[in-house]
Structure formats: structure tokens, C-alpha cells
Design a protein around this ligand. Structure first.
Ligand SMILES: [Zn+2]
Length: 332
């Protein structure tokens, strides 16, 4: 892959990362994935801002398209690299995963043998951009399948000092909640962890694009940039509440197929044993309705938006309350 612009010179430039790909639709061509840089004329840190990692999550694309146009190279410090539509083939067709190879970009980082265009993009981002970065923000949402209570996401690892820096970034991003997870090794956040980058991601709603989530993500990104000293003003004082999410106990899955009727909303606090929904049969009136109860207590961070479910589909994601000091202590 080749980048059409110089990322090192001062100023503002926009261009493309050229993904070579040949199939029925793209016979001999390249897929041009947009990239922009805004750089000051002094040496300073680098931040990478990304969205469109999943192709059906458009909130971050709006935020980074706006931010790229709003940033003034004469009023920043360091270098800000922006890729608003990271998995462009998926973004173009409103799909979470790539139509070219079916791959989920956020499981495609760190691959040993590159086997398709999604891993190629991930490899470029990890080796050419993350490797040069000190900080990174990756903007997500629930896309078509899920609505999130807008929140930050950070990985638990990295040792006390880096975790404290990630906590500070989460406070500056300023979402009501920030979820602390173990994470997946194939994600962009994991690539950030491998490179020692101070990395934050965010889930900005989902289901449909909402103005308040765009504002939260835009203001949060700007405030994090100010906190990292990229901008010519001080950050506002903002705070987040940390929640812990574990892969098994923090999800409520469907035990049967049918139609899911949710009885809760995102952001709601629930207690273990609470009824959170019902599942009705699709094709008969003589079968019983299944009541869904939560197995653990917490805040509903994400909730399914599509009603039709199969056995094993996720219904809810929960965040359990966790003290910042306790999370830091566990990282020692
Ligand atoms: Zn996503």
C-alpha cells in the first residue's frame, strides 16, 4: 500500500492510501482510502484519529470529516493524522465487515500472514501510522445491530503509568461512562497497546445517527487533543465513571430464537435476576414466551437494536462499577 501524501511536512494535506485490489468490481484499480494530516512546523507528538473501522458506524466519520476541516495548522502543536473511513470498502456498502473478504477489520490487526485486503489495511495502519504515533483515538458506535450508551473504551493492560494516562484521556474525552476491557488481540486498540500508544476508543450510540452523540464525540476528541497539548488552549475539566466489562459475565445472550422485546434502555442500572426482555416465537402461538433475566448487575452499556434473534445472539452488554484506584492496583 502506498500513501499519496507526505505525512512529515508542516501544513494540511489530504490524499489517499492506495489499496491494490482486483476483482469483478475493481478490475485493475486501487481502492483509495482517504487520509489527512494537519502538522505544525515544530517537532512534537503524533496522534492518529480513526473511524469507519466497522463500515456501518458513521458517527465517527462525521466527527473526523468535520474536525479535519476545523483544525488550523498554525494553531496546533505536533501532528494530527486522520483516517475517517478506515475500512472504506465496508463503509461504502453500510456493512460491519468488508464485502471484499468478509473480514472484521477490528480482528485483523497483528496477523502473521496477510491473507486479504482488510488485513492489508490493518498492517499499513499498524506498521506505518501506529508505529509513529504517541496517542490514538478510534471512534466506533453500535452500527446497525446495537445501541450504546455513548461511552469511552480503554484496554486494561499496559502497566500502571500507561493505564493512568489512558484514564486521564478517558476523563478528558468526557463521556458519562468509560468501559475498561481486556480486549481482543486483533483490534486496533491492541495494535496501540503493542506500540505503547496512549489509546482510547469510543462507542457513540448506534441504531441511527444522533446529533448529541456527534457533539459528544467531537467535543470529546477536541478535549482529549487539548489534554495531550496538541491545541492552543487548555482542556475543560471533565470526568467519566469507569465500568468494567468481562467477555462472558457482562453479556446477556439469547437462549432461543424468536423476536426480542427489550424491557430496558441503555444507561439503565440493573440488578442480577432482573427481567430485561422477552422472546416470542416467530412461527407459532402454542409455544411459551421466554423471559430473559440478567445474570449479573451493572449499567446497560449496549443493547440489541434488531428484534429478530437466534440462539446465541447478544441482547445486552453490561458494565460493572469499578473504582479507578482498584483498576490501577490490579495492573501492578
Ligand atoms: Zn465498531
Amino acid at each position: 500500500m502506498r500513501c499519496s501524501i507526505d505525512l512529515d511536512c508542516p501544513g494540511r494535506r489530504e490524499g489517499f492510501v492506495q489499496l491494490n485490489h482486483s476483482d469483478n468490481r475493481h478490475a485493475y484499480g486501487v481502492i483509495p482510502i482517504p487520509i489527512g494530516v494537519v502538522a505544525a512546523d515544530n517537532d512534537g507528538p503524533t496522534v492518529l484519529l480513526t473511524a469507519g473501522n466497522h463500515g456501518d458506524e458513521y458517527e465517527g466519520i462525521v466527527i473526523l470529516q468535520r474536525l479535519f476541516r476545523d483544525l488550523d495548522p498554525s494553531r496546533i502543536r505536533g501532528r494530527i493524522i486522520i483516517m475517517p473511513s478506515l475500512n472504506l470498502p465496508a463503509v461504502r456498502v453500510y456493512q460491519r465487515t468488508s464485502p471484499l473478504d468478509g473480514a472484521n477489520m477490528n480482528r485483523s490487526f497483528g496477523a502473521q500472514d496477510i491473507s486479504g485486503p482488510t488485513q492489508e489495511i490493518a498492517q499499513f495502519v499498524e506498521e506505518q501510522l501506529i508505529a509513529q504515533s504517541d496517542y490514538a483515538i478510534d471512534l466506533h458506535s453500535g452500527g446497525k445491530m446495537c445501541e450504546f450508551s455513548p461511552c469511552g473504551y480503554i484496554y486494561a493492560g499496559g502497566g500502571r503509568k500507561r493505564l493512568q494516562n489512558k484514564f486521564n484521556a478517558a476523563h478528558q474525552f468526557g463521556a458519562k461512562y468509560t468501559v475498561v476491557v481486556e480486549g481482543s488481540p486483533g483490534s486496533l486498540s491492541a495494535a496501540g497497546e503493542r506500540a505503547g500508544v496512549i489509546m482510547l476508543s469510543a462507542e457513540l450510540g448506534g441504531g441511527r445517527i444522533r446529533r448529541e452523540n456527534i457533539e459528544l464525540g467531537y467535543n470529546g476528541t477536541v478535549n482529549a487533543l487539548a489534554g495531550w497539548d496538541f491545541l492552543d488552549h487548555a482542556p475543560e475539566e471533565t470526568k467519566t465513571i469507569f465500568l468494567r466489562s468481562r467477555s462472558a459475565s457482562s453479556s446477556v445472550m439469547s437462549s432461543v430464537g424468536g423476536v426480542f422485546e427489550p424491557l430496558t434502555d441503555v444507561g439503565q442500572q440493573i440488578t442480577a435476576g432482573d427481567t430485561v426482555g422477552r422472546i416470542y416465537p416467530l412461527d407459532a402461538l402454542d409455544q411459551s414466551v421466554v423471559t430473559v433475566n440478567a445474570q449479573s448487575s451493572g449499567v446497560i452499556i449496549g443493547q440489541r437494536t434488531q428484534a429478530c434473534v437466534q440462539r446465541g445472539d447478544f441482547l445486552l452488554h453490561l458494565g460493572e462499577s469499578a473504582e479507578e484506584s482498584e483498576l490501577l492496583h490490579q495492573s501492578d
